[in-house]
Design a protein around this ligand. Structure first.
Ligand code: ADP
Length: 455
């Protein structure tokens, strides 16, 4: 596929001068690409085997603060290095950056070479290995929504992120004319990603002014999570180069739609048989699929933090906005947290609609897989399908409405503690509590405009 590079291709491109820079990156807790830009000669000489980064990269927040209280690292422990080992199967061209290739690295212990257990990529690899031991693999697709703004990131910052102008003046859901006006950015995103070994299905206008979605082809979970991280970074880089800004906040404005990252999931045998499909069963849903979905629902509260990791994520869960509020399953129903798609076909799958565009794909997919595997291992029975408008669903299971509730649910999750490891759950609970306390200590503009004169 266009853009994929073998090591020999990279060596050749170094000789011809076609590529001069290699980005060696890891993925942090927020799902961002972090790393270094290597001169290709040095990359091929040395970093192709291993490079290093400060271990605070997996113990920091959005602002890159050194957050106290992590077991994995601290001032006391001296904030040493992790080793970053390039996974050469992820080596690719980045067409929108001149002369540049990119490789994703695993984060491992400097001395033992063992995976760092709380590294997002290691967490996902562990769940994939569990599935493999059961003779299965997960196929996934994440659909990213975002807002495109007329301003550049610099202008948005200078304006204090106020008075921003979405690229369009009206709801552009499925609109062709309006999205034609955005092709300067969107075509560059589609063709850029396609040239970076990411098969694009389509882009489309979404359900608010300035909102868009990018859809890519489903693939195995690890490849999808890697692609998701590169897509987000790439969309921002391409928009920036065109003097525009893109935001993946779950909710950038209280009266605007939220941006989601729906995750489509299906399980396949290792030799490529779709295990979610049973021709004779209702909707074509196999027992395996029913158990998997039952696991997702049983643990829906516990896994929410990994689908909605920020304070802002919870502002998206508003009735009547296409973002879900209830963790129930339903057939082709966009009011449901868990929607069955592709009924009666080999493509039958479950779409989790809970996650926002701010999720970390490795963590979200890991939590979903862990819950689904629990459903399969314990042969959990799937509850009756919800029919109708889930927003008004009485007695329907609620999605936690605050970061605080989701953190408590994760902290108390026996299933996730067993599946991911005690240290991993403790690490992300600590991160969430830090996010909460950072927020709690801030005076917001809402409070000031409400109370400044009138309180
Ligand atoms: P929607 O109407 O929800 O947009 P699409 O047909 O466009 O549905 O598919 C949405 C996503 O689901 C795409 O990214 C597609 O690659 C993915 N997808 C299709 N089949 C499967 C499958 N069997 N497992 C996981 N994802 C799949």
């Amino acid at each position: 596929m266009a853009g994929k590079l073998l090591l020999d291709d990279l060596k050749q491109a170094a000789k011809t001068g076609e590529i001069d820079t290699v980005l060696a990156v890891m993925v942090d807790m927020q799902g961002r690409l972090m790393g270094k830009r290597f001169q290709i000669e040095f990359f091929l000489d040395s970093a192709v085997e291993e490079t290093h980064s400060c271990n605070y990269l997996l113990a920091t927040d959005m602002e890159m603060n050194t957050v106290e209280g992590y077991k994995s690292t601290s001032w006391e422990a001296g904030y040493g290095d992790y080793a970053m080992r390039p996974d050469l199967s992820t080596l690719r061209r980045i067409p929108w950056l001149e002369g540049t290739a990119l490789v994703i690295c695993d984060v491992v212990d400097h001395h033992s070479g063992a995976d760092i257990s709380h590294s997002p990529r290691a967490i996902l690899k562990k769940q994939i290995a569990r599935l493999e031991a059961l003779g299965m693999k997960a196929m996934m697709a994440s659909e990213l929504e975002f807002f495109l703004f007329k301003e550049s990131y610099e202008e948005a910052q200078e304006q204090g992120h106020r008075y921003l102008s979405p690229i369009s003046a009206y709801n552009e859901d499925y609109h062709i004319f309006q999205t034609s006006k955005e092709e300067g950015v969107m075509r560059a995103i589609r063709t850029g990603l396609q040239g970076a070994d990411i098969p694009v299905e389509n882009s489309k206008g979404e359900a608010d002014a300035g909102q868009a979605e990018i859809n890519v082809r489903y693939t195995d979970a690890l490849t999808m999570a890697d692609r998701h991280s590169i897509i987000k970074n790439g969309c921002k880089e391409i928009a920036w180069a065109k003097g525009r800004a893109i935001s993946f906040m779950a909710k950038w404005k209280s009266d605007a739609a939220g941006s989601s990252s729906h995750i489509h999931q299906s399980l396949w045998s290792l030799d490529g048989e779709p295990l979610f499909f049973d021709k004779g069963a209702k909707y074509g849903m196999s027992d395996m699929m029913r158990h998997y979905v039952a696991g997702l629902l049983k643990h829906a509260g516990e896994i929410t933090l990994f689908l909605a990791p920020n304070i802002n994520s919870y502002k998206r869960f508003v009735a009547g906005t296409f973002a879900p509020t209830k963790a129930i399953w339903s057939m082709d129903n966009r009011t449901a947290g868990y929607r069955v798609c592709g009924a009666d076909s080999k493509a039958v799958r479950i779409e989790c609609r809970v996650g926002g565009a701010d999720l970390n794909p490795y963590l979200a997919m890991s939590a979903l897989l862990a819950a689904g595997i629990d459903g399969i291992e314990n042969k959990l029975e799937l509850e009756t399908e919800f029919v109708g408008d889930a927003y008004g669903g009485k007695d329907a299971r609620e999605i936690p409405t605050t970061l605080r509730d989701a953190t408590t649910a994760l902290d108390g999750s026996k299933m996730l503690r067993e599946a991911l490891g005690e240290d991993v759950v403790d690490h992300y609970v600590h991160a969430a509590r830090h996010e909460q306390s950072e927020y709690d200590s801030r005076v917001t503009d809402w409070e000031v405009s409400r109370g400044f004169e009138r309180s």
